[in-house]
Each structure stands twice: as structure tokens, then as C-alpha cells.
Design a protein around this ligand. Structure first.
Ligand code: GRG
Length: 304
């Protein structure tokens, strides 16, 4: 199977599992207020790249194709946490954005309070999915919950976001912008943490050995940095219609990015270097990493 066919197949399996595992728009009362579920699905089913689920499924496949099915709930939990972070990041008190995944942001389509709650609900739902679907394998359930919680906590995703907000405020108050070390801290936590967790969760489901899990974590760290540098490059160089989110925002907000610190050309080189480091780690993995290697390349050349 060629790369694009396989990528499309993994995305399609993710979409089907999302529909199955996240509470439906309730005609059925037990699922709770319809408006909340509509807001959750508005953001969740808006057609993101599904990168985190695909990384999890591909990592699981390293242990054999039979592990893909078992990894689907973990993949959906990762996408729920990611989508919550996007909804909250778009809120007026944070990035204040109108467009996400080519659609009005959650608070624009609904209202601020509903968007806040939809994010909260998706974050919580992620852990419900892990606890319920892996209940028959309690050690695996605990490991997955720990991995996702570690990635999403105050030291990583939320800590990175906080530091990002502080750096942005500093720029607005004419305090010197973030240094490259500070920027790396932000991106390792705001962006790379969830990509590391995606690969490791897939590896956990497949029962990979601790050394392989650490290699996945290392690969995820480099992929995460590469992904973020490409994000900075795209924000500075691509069009809003192509991105499905507002382009050119970083420069307008005076934000420190790889592009503002190093310039477009050097930022592109740094993304390529981080991708090469990710590829070197992926090549050490057991099983067949061909798809993950091609995915690393695709992440470098992506247009949105
Ligand atoms: C609010 C706790 C909290 C965290 C927010 C995700 C995030 C942290 C901020 C979004 C802004 C941003 C540009 C983050 C860095 C790169 C990134 C995570 C982009 C979005 O991920 P994609 O491109 O999105 O995979 P899709 O929509 O394709 O899933």
C-alpha cells in the first residue's frame, strides 16, 4: 500500500472511531445537553489532519497490524485532548481567533461559555474513553492515562501554553521577546508533548519494550519541534484559505517564532534538521517504520 493510501485509510478509521466513541448528538437524553455535544462535535469533526491519531496507530502497527484496532480508542483520546486545546487556544482570552479547521471557531459558532465547556468536556471524555475501553487491561489503561495526563498537564501542554501567553504579553509591553531557549521550551511542551504521547501510546498498546518506547518519545520530540517550526513558517508564508486558520497572526501579534528569531530560510533548515533527527530515531525502531518515516517527510512538506 502506498503512503497516501495508507494515510487516508488510517484517517478514515479515526473518523469512524470518533463518531463511535464520542457521545452523539443526543436525541437520546442521557448524553446530556444537545448544545454542548453539538459544540464538541463542531470542533472535533471539522476535519483536522488527525496527525496525533495517525501517529498512535502507526506506532501501534510496529508491533503488528492487529494492534491498530486496539489503539483506536487511545488515538481518539489523544484527538479529544488536542481538540480541547485548540478550542481553548482560540478563545478571546487567549489567541482570540475566528477560524479553525476551515470553520468558525467554537466560540464564534456557539458562544464563549459553551466553547469553554466543550473543551472541558472533550478533555474529560478523553480519560473516560481510556478508562472504559481498556478496563480489561488495567495495567495498559493506567499506563495510557498516565502518558496522556503527563503530556497534557501543567508541566507540558498547559505549561507551554502559559509560557507562550506570557511571552506574547511581554512582547506587547516592549519587554524583549522570547529567546531561542525560551521558544524551544514553549514548543517542546505546547506542541511536542502531544506528539511524543501519541507515538508512546501507540507503542504501549502494542506492548513494545521500554527501550522502543523511549525511542518513540525521542522521535516524537524531534517531530514536534519540526512540526512547530513548519507551523511558524506556514503562518508567515501561506494563505488563510490554504491553512484553514488565520495566517500572518504571529507577526501581527509581535510573537517570537522560529521565523522571527532566525528568518524564513534558516527556520526551514531547522525544520529539516529536526526531521532528520526524528527519522534517525524512527529508523532504530523494531518492526517496519517505513510509514512513519514517510509521515515525517510529509509533516515537513505539509501546506496546512
Ligand atoms: C489551551 C492548554 C491549551 C493549549 C493550547 C494546541 C495549542 C496549545 C495551541 C494551538 C496554537 C498552535 C499554533 C499550536 C502549535 C501547533 C499546533 C498544535 C497546531 C495545531 O495542530 P494541527 O496543525 O491541527 O495538527 P489540526 O487542526 O490539523 O488537528
Amino acid at each position: 500500500m502506498d503512503f497516501s493510501t495508507k494515510l487516508n485509510a488510517l484517517v478514515a478509521r479515526t473518523e469512524t472511531a470518533l463518531d463511535r466513541l464520542v457521545p452523539a448528538l443526543p436525541a437520546d437524553a442521557p448524553a446530556g445537553p444537545a448544545r454542548l455535544h453539538a459544540a464538541m462535535r463542531h470542533s472535533l469533526q471539522a476535519g483536522g489532519k488527525r496527525l496525533r491519531p495517525v501517529l498512535a496507530l502507526a506506532a501501534a502497527e510496529l508491533g503488528g497490524p492487529e494492534h491498530i484496532e486496539a489503539a483506536l480508542p487511545a488515538a481518539i483520546a489523544l484527538e479529544c485532548v488536542h481538540t480541547y486545546s485548540l478550542i481553548h487556544d482560540d478563545l478571546p482570552c487567549m489567541d482570540d481567533d475566528d477560524l479553525r479547521r476551515g470553520r468558525p471557531t467554537c466560540h464564534r459558532a456557539f458562544d464563549e461559555a459553551t466553547a469553554l465547556l466543550a473543551g472541558d468536556a472533550l478533555l474529560t471524555e478523553a480519560f473516560v474513553i481510556l478508562a472504559q475501553t481498556y478496563a480489561a487491561r488495567p495495567a495498559l489503561a493506567a499506563a495510557l492515562i498516565r502518558e496522556l495526563a503527563d503530556a497534557a498537564n501543567a508541566r507540558r501542554l498547559i505549561g507551554g501554553q502559559m509560557q507562550d501567553l506570557l511571552a506574547e504579553r511581554a512582547a506587547g509591553e516592549n519587554i524583549p521577546p522570547a529567546t531561542s531557549a525560551e521558544l524551544e521550551y514553549i514548543h517542546l511542551n505546547k506542541t511536542a508533548a502531544m506528539l511524543e504521547a501519541s507515538l508512546v501510546c501507540g507503542g504501549l498498546v502494542a506492548g513494545l519494550a521500554p527501550a522502543a518506547l523511549e525511542t518513540l518519545r525521542r522521535a516524537g520530540r524531534h517531530l514536534g519541534l519540526a512540526f512547530q517550526i513548519v507551523d511558524d513558517v506556514l503562518d508567515a508564508s501561506a494563505a488563510t484559505a490554504e491553512l484553514g486558520k488565520t495566517a500572518g497572526k504571529d507577526a501581527r501579534d509581535g510573537k517570537a517564532t522560529y521565523v522571527s528569531l532566525h528568518g524564513l530560510d534558516r527556520a526551514r533548515e531547522l525544520a529539516a534538521e529536526a526531521t532528520a533527527q526524528a527519522r534517525a530515531a524512527l529508523a532504530e525502531l523494531p518492526g517496519d517504520p517505513t510509514f512513519l518515516l514517510a509521515l515525517a517527510d510529509r509533516m515537513l512538506t505539509r501546506r496546512n
